[in-house]
Write a protein of this length. Structure first.
Length: 123
């Protein structure tokens, strides 16, 4: 929407760059920001080669397979006077094909044993 949103972190988080990750094709997914180290909850997807974005935005994914054709249709959406889509698209599903964080496991909360309160004696 371009209006921002909630972030899981309380504060904006830092940029992360790697020399092998480049904006060299369409379908690159990266964090949107207001300047250096100001990443929050928004992201964008490139529609082509955009080398001028290298070193400015954190890349964290790419669109693969036939889903890239869905991205191409986004490029052809009808725009309003403000250059925003009249009917904004939405992402309904995401599939992680490679998890680089295989050392992180979900936390399971232990069930607390029910504490029995002493029964009151009847008079």
């Amino acid at each position: 929407t371009g209006l921002g949103g909630e972030c899981v972190f309380d504060e904006p988080f830092k940029d992360e760059f790697h020399s092998r990750l480049r904006f060299s094709r369409r379908g690159i997914v990266a964090m949107a920001n207001d300047g250096a180290n100001s990443n929050k909850s928004q992201f964008f997807i490139t529609l082509g080669d955009t080398p001028d974005l290298n070193g400015k935005y954190t890349i964290f994914g790419k669109i693969v397979g036939n889903t890239i054709f869905n991205l191409i249709t986004v490029n052809d959406l009808e725009l309003g006077e403000d250059d925003r889509p009249l009917y904004p698209p939405s992402i309904t599903t995401v599939e992680i094909l490679h998890n680089p964080f295989d050392d992180i496991f979900p936390r399971h909360k232990e069930k607390k044993a029910a504490v029995e309160e002493p029964k009151k004696k009847r008079r």
